[in-house]
Design a protein around this ligand. Structure first.
Ligand code: GCO
Ligand code: MG
Length: 409
């Protein structure tokens, strides 16, 4: 099974996606997701210029060897661009291997450990009534776990909060991401946020009762002591997790938060290597690993990372926003089904237009996702539909404090 071609496809059915398609001499194809929100073309060029030529003629079945060849062989290790490129190759090779075996990928990873993967959706509102409506709308869609994000009094717009009411069409401020040559800028005030959020969770629990799993994303905006205070303030509302409380690169920050609160902690969507987690896991400073298969070197690397997490009793909570393509999402679902230490899966739902380009077979029933039993990853790329949506620059917003200082998020 020699690799005959490796092509990159950039398409933008509402938001930008980078896909790698590997074809073998005997005609099998595999897909890999290489989408890095706001830096898409850097990964596309890395793959096209520096990776695709190395793949031609290689044995498509040698997945571990190819991973090590691209990781160790490049000398320059880690980083989001490199690891997204390696991830795309890895996913495509697993897709091919599973298709050759006539099995869904999860079977090659050890088979199913559960009926399906519990998914959480993103509810949000500019104020509490809008938020409660959005939670109801998500429950109607079948979600059994909900991420809660809210507007903050005094701030015009907040990332992750839809700018129109539930059912108003637009789901999310930057979904699709802001299109244009420059990122939008938002104003942020952490003290206003900390004053507001506990009351919002109180209202949500009062309306929906104690059972519904609730999650919250801090988008890396707090200092460790602020995050410790928020975690403590949210304890009465029994969160499933508090995500990305502090900037991700500072692993030691989690020590301080952990000393002060029993609210479970999740982090890692901006991480790209197991080495980003060593302190967090060995000192048991987190409860959930948030990495995406797409940004962490693919199925091979993610499986090793999650196995290591399992040693410390830490569970998975893989990143699944709409800037992970349906290919990356499918790869996550096969892992979700197979690993033992599954926690939860983020599932934002792609737009109908995206699903015209990427034909998926995964299912969502009674709050559980299943990757389906289609051989391989179970996603096909409609190249004609993809060609109809050319790349257009789109960026995540930049965050500034009220005095204009650039802030973490
Ligand atoms: C999440 C995230 C996303 C990211 C986005 C970045 O938890 O889903 O924080 O909203 O910001 O995926 O590209
Ligand atoms: Mg997040």
């Amino acid at each position: 099974m020699k690799i005959q071609s490796a092509e990159t496809i950039v398409t933008s059915p509402g938001r930008n996606f980078v896909t790698l398609r590997i074809t073998t001499e005997d005609g099998l194809t595999g897909l890999g997701d290489a989408t890095l929100n706001g830096r898409e073309l850097a990964v596309e060029a890395y793959l096209r210029e520096h990776v695709a030529p190395l793949l031609l003629g290689r044995d498509a079945g040698r997945i571990e060897d190819t991973w090590q060849y691209l990781y160790r062989g490049a000398y320059w290790r880690r980083g989001p661009v490199t690891m997204a490129a390696i991830a795309a190759v890895d996913m495509a090779l697993w897709d091919i291997k599973a298709k050759a075996a006539g099995m869904p990928l999860y079977q090659l990873l050890g088979g199913a450990s559960r009926r399906g993967a519990l998914a959480y959706g993103h509810a949000s509102g500019r104020d509490v009534p809008e938020l409660l409506d959005s939670i109801r709308a998500h429950l109607d869609l079948g979600y059994r776990a909900i991420r809660v994000q809210t507007g903050i009094p005094g701030l015009d717009s907040v990332y992750g909060v839809a700018s129109s009411p539930a059912g108003g069409g637009e789901r999310y401020d930057y979904e699709p991401a802001q299109r244009g040559a420059l990122p939008a800028e938002e104003t942020w005030d952490t003290r206003a946020y900390l004053r507001h959020v506990p009351g919002v969770f109180e209202a949500v629990r009062a309306e929906f009762g104690p059972e519904l799993p609730l999650l919250h994303d801090g988008h890396h905006r707090m200092t460790p002591i602020q995050a410790a205070r928020l975690g403590k303030a949210l304890e009465p509302y029994d969160l499933f997790w508090l995500e990305d409380a502090t900037p991700g690169e500072d692993q030691a920050a989690l020590r301080l938060i952990r000393q002060h609160t029993t609210t479970p902690l999740a982090i890692g969507e901006v991480f790209n290597s197991v080495h980003d987690y060593t302190t967090l896991l060995s000192e048991r400073l987190i409860d959930y690993v948030r990495s995406a298969v797409t940004h962490t070197g693919g199925v091979t690397a993610m499986k090793k990372l999650l196995d290591l997490a399992g040693v410390y009793g830490v569970k998975s909570g893989m990143h699944g926003p709409t800037d992970i393509s349906p290919v990356g999402m499918a790869a996550a679902l096969h892992l979700d089904l197979a690993i033992h230490n599954f926690g939860i899966q983020e599932y934002m739902r792609h737009s109908p237009r995206t699903l015209e380009v990427f034909e998926t077979s995964y299912t969502f029933e009674e709050g559980l996702l299943h990757p389906s039993d289609t051989p391989g990853l179970g996603v096909t790329l409609n190249t004609e539909a993809a060609a109809a949506f050319p790349y257009s620059a789109a960026y995540l917003p930049v965050n500034r404090l009220t005095d204009g200082t650039v802030h973490d998020w």
